[in-house]
Design a protein. Sequence first.
Length: 339
Amino acid sequence: MIILAIETSCDETAVAIMQNGRNVLSSELFSQSDMHALYGGVVPEIASRNHAAVIGRLSELALKNAGISKNEIDAVAVTYAPGLIGALLVGVNYAKGLAVALDVPLVPVHHIRGHIAANYIAFPELKPPFLSLIVSGGNSLIVDVRDYTDIAIVGRSHDDAAGECFDKVARLLGLGYPGGPALDKLAQEFVVQDTDEPNYVLPRPGINGRPYDMSFSGLKTAVINIVHNAEQKNHALNEPALAASFTQAVSDILVPRVMTAAAELGRSNVAIAGGVAANSRIRADFVCAAEAEGLTLFIPPLNLCGDNAAMIGCQGYYEYLTGVRAGMNLDAYATMDVG
Ligand code: KG4
C-alpha cells in the first residue's frame, strides 16, 4: 500500500511516499528555519505562505524520487493537529484536493502520533506496547503506547515545552533560531575543570502530586536570572558551562520520570521522539539509564527526530488499518490531545 503523506504543522514543509507503513520510498523536506531566524522564532503568517508556495513542487519531487506516478497512490495522510493553524490548513487543504483528484481515502494524523511513529521507521522490530517520551518545540509528553492507535497520556508539561525552553535560552545567549542544536554544540564545549558536574546551580521543578508531569518555565527563568545578574554585575558568564548546566537540568527532569513510569506501567521498551531527542546529552543519559534499568531503548536517528512527513505516512498507515478516514469537512486544530 502506497501513502503520500504531508506535514506542515510548523516551519517545515514535508512530503513523503511510504510503502506498507514503514518503508520510506522518498521523504522530502523544505525547512524555512533561515527565514524565521531573522525574527528569532517562527512567524506563523510567513510559515503559511511558504508552505503554500512549495507544497505542490515538493509533492512532485517526492513522487519523482520515489519513482512512482500519482495513480499508484492508495491514500493521502496529513497532519491536522496540533500546530500553527494557518500552517496546518495549507497541508490539510492540499491533501483534500489530492485525495479528491485521485479518488483515494484521506487519513488525518495527529502530529505527536507521527513523532512516535518515527521509531517504527527506524526500528522495524518495534511494536506496541511501549512507553514513549515526545519532546519537541511545542510538546513535552510521556505517553503509554498501548497499541498503534491507542495512546494514553502519562505525563505532560504544565507550561513550556522542552524544545521551547531550549529555544528561549539559546535566544538569550544570542545563539539564534532554532536554538536547540546551537545550545547542544555550546554545551559540548564545556570542559570539566575541578568538578565532574556543570557548575551553574539550576532547579529541576516538578508538579506536586503528579510525578510524571513536568515544568520548564522556572528553569528558563533561573537561566534568565543568571544571565541578567552577570550583566548587571559585569561578571563574565561561562556560556558553555551554563549551556551544559541547563541541558543537564532538562535531562534530569526527563530521564527519571520516563524510567519510573516505565517501571510502574511494566513497559520494557522505551521510545524517545521529537526534535529535543536529537540532543547529545539527553540521548547519552537515556542510554545509561536504560542500561541500568535493563530497558530496551529506541531513539530515532537525527533526521527522524525533527518534523518530517515519513513519520506521518507511517502513522497514517496504522490509522488507515484501524479505519480512520476524513471527509472533505476535515478541519485543522491548533491544540488536540494525543490520546
Ligand atoms: O520536533 P521538532 O522538529 O518540531 C516540533 O514538532 O516542534 O522540534 C523542534 C525543537 C526545537 O525547539 C529545537 O530547538 C529542538 O527541537 N531541538 C533540539 C536539538 N535539535 C532540535 N533541542 C536540543 N538539542 C538539540 N540537538
